[in-house]
Design a protein around this ligand. Structure first.
Ligand code: ADP
Ligand code: ZN
Length: 526
């Protein structure tokens, strides 16, 4: 078949206008592109939707030869190549989903100089090295470069092999791109990809049109429904932690009259592809998904991203919520989380794979996420501060719109702690949050009687707060590192820091839950 003629582009601006039909570069695109066109290396940290793709696509057109894009997003390569071919760019991909004949065809086109862009799965790189030696490579683009970071999320062992690019093809410029920009991740990218000489471009991570809302989980489904009803017949994404809850939630939303589709790695590939394509093409589809969904999805009019479970890190939260409002119109990032989330995530870290260092890193990620949940400051400000950006309070997030009050929670904290201490010291027992709260509330449950906990001196000393409020106290104590969760049943234990609170040497400030209309009695009498 006749191949399309190559798009002629003598300058980056000409490529932008003639091929993509845009008038001007955005943010630092022009400078990034100039750097790579001139043969220099670049590290690009730009939020999702910022326009990273053009930063390597345009240099690939302007420079002689083929731009080779290393991307872990195998499922999207087909769409990416289609989109490029539609604007006349000669693009192809090599990955493990292809037949030998398809691969051969792409290799032939590469060697004949008929490709502007070649997308390559990282695991194919070593097999393709000999091929690339014989081709004319214009540049290497390393997409989703945070995959090289050992302690970040999405770590891919394949990515460590990418340090070979520089050794084997020292004259080919490299551009690494990611939407994850903490100092630690950045340092790992530079070290592992040998990018010490690269120019670093950091774009603002601010997404002013996204309203961040984080709310304690009471009844997750009605809470979610209220959010969805704020955006009738609009597209949104609902993230759940497990595949089972993805399916249950999607089914339930359908029962409520919404167009909701499930997406997780356990579904057959054709169903995943079909659901993804309906989400992209139809209006008003709600995608209920695990975090397997979303990387590289370019849908501008996603009006809300909801998290029914706590994300594992602020990086993950930022990346997932960043899929809302890419068109710049008002959108909402909504998260409901509760005590159970904290317990579950701590336990997943404890029981998970990896050595002590890895678990420590995961705990730090979780702590940062919890700090964002429990903050009494502007959410957006705190989020940006996490990525090293200073900013003003946004006036648009839940804490800006209805500033949460904090109260001196030292006495409630001591009540929880001394209950845990007594169980352990006097009885040699450990229990989970539910039972500890039952003790404080003086509930004569079957378990209470069986274990004779009605005799504990803290039995019934916490009637000034309700069940939800006590669970909020425990959750916040966990978030503040004053309590910890241990063992496979998730029992509560004190941390070393708890001693100062019990000894009256340290105050504990707690956030008053928004749905609570009054301060707890202990705070008012203080
Ligand atoms: P990222 O990879 O950073 O998430 P993309 O490269 O997918 O972002 O770009 C996001 C959207 O912005 C795309 O629809 C893209 O076509 C558009 N875009 C990128 N650069 C420009 C520009 N200079 N002018 C107008 N639109 C642009
Ligand atoms: Zn704010």
């Amino acid at each position: 078949p006749a191949r399309p003629a190559p798009p002629s582009a003598s300058s980056p601006l000409e490529a932008l206008t003639a091929v993509w039909g845009y008038d001007s570069f955005r943010g630092e695109q022009a400078e990034i592109i100039d750097t790579v066109v001139a043969g220099g290396d670049a590290l690009v940290l730009m939020p999702t939707g910022g326009g990273k793709s053009l930063c390597y696509q345009i240099p690939a057109l302007v420079r002689e030869g083929t731009g080779v894009v290393i991307s872990p997003l195998i499922a999207l390569m087909h769409d990416q190549v289609d989109a490029l071919e539609q604007v006349g760019v000669r693009a192809a991909f090599l990955n493990s989903t292809q037949s030998a004949a398809e691969r051969r065809d792409t290799e032939d086109r590469l060697l004949a100089g008929e490709l502007d862009l070649l997308y390559l799965a990282p695991e194919r790189l070593s097999a393709a090295a000999g091929l690339l030696d014989r081709a004319h490579v214009a540049l290497f683009a390393i997409d989703e470069a945070h995959c090289v970071a050992q302690w970040g999320h999405d770590f891919r062992p394949d990515y460590l092999a990418l340090s070979m690019l520089h050794e084997r093809w020292p004259d080919v410029p490299r551009i690494a791109l990611t939407a994850t920009a903490t100092e630690a991740t950045r340092a790992e990218i530079v070290a592992n990809l040998d990018l010490g000489e690269a120019r670093v471009f950091v774009s603002s991570f601010d997404r002013p049109n996204i309203a961040y809302r984080i709310t304690p989980k009471a009844q997750a489904r009605p809470q979610l429904l209220r959010l969805i009803e704020e955006y009738p017949a609009e597209a949104g994404i609902v993230y759940c932690l497990s595949r089972a809850s993805v399916e249950r939630t999607a089914e339930w939303l359908v029962g409520q009259g919404h167009t909701a589709l499930p997406y997780h790695a356990g579904l057959p590939a054709p169903q995943r592809a079909a659901n993804q394509s309906r989400f992209l093409r139809e209006e008003g589809v709600i995608m209920v998904a695990t975090i397997a969904f979303g990387m590289g999805i370019d849908k501008p009019d996603v009006r809300f991203v909801a998290h029914l479970d706590l994300p594992k890190s602020v990086e993950g939260y930022y990346q997932e919520t960043g899929r809302a409002g890419r068109d710049g119109l008002p959108s909402t990032a909504w998260l409901a989380y509760g005590l159970q989330d904290v317990v579950q995530q701590r336990r997943m870290i404890a029981d998970g794979e990896g050595d002590a260092q890895r678990k420590r890193a995961q705990s730090l990620h979780l702590d940062a996420m919890l700090a964002l949940c429990e903050t009494v400051q502007c959410r957006r400000q705190q989020l940006l501060a996490y990525f090293g950006e200073a900013g003003e309070a946004c006036g648009n997030c839940d804490t800006c719109l209805s500033p949460p009050k904090s109260f001196d929670g030292t006495v409630p904290a001591q009540k929880v702690m001394s209950t845990i201490l007594r169980l352990q010291r006097e009885r040699g027992q450990q229990f989970g949050a539910g039972h500890v709260v039952d003790i404080l509330l003086g509930r004569e449950t079957e378990r209470m009687v069986k274990f004779r906990h009605t005799d504990l001196s803290t039995f019934g000393i916490g009637t000034e707060l309700g069940d939800t409020e006590w669970r909020g106290v425990v959750r916040q104590l966990l978030a503040q590192g004053l309590l910890q969760v241990q063992g496979e049943y998730g029992v509560l234990a004190l941390t070393d820091a708890a001693a100062d609170v019990l000894g009256g040497r340290r105050e504990v400030m707690l956030r008053i839950e928004p749905e609570r209309t009054r301060a707890p009695r202990s705070a008012r009498s203080a």
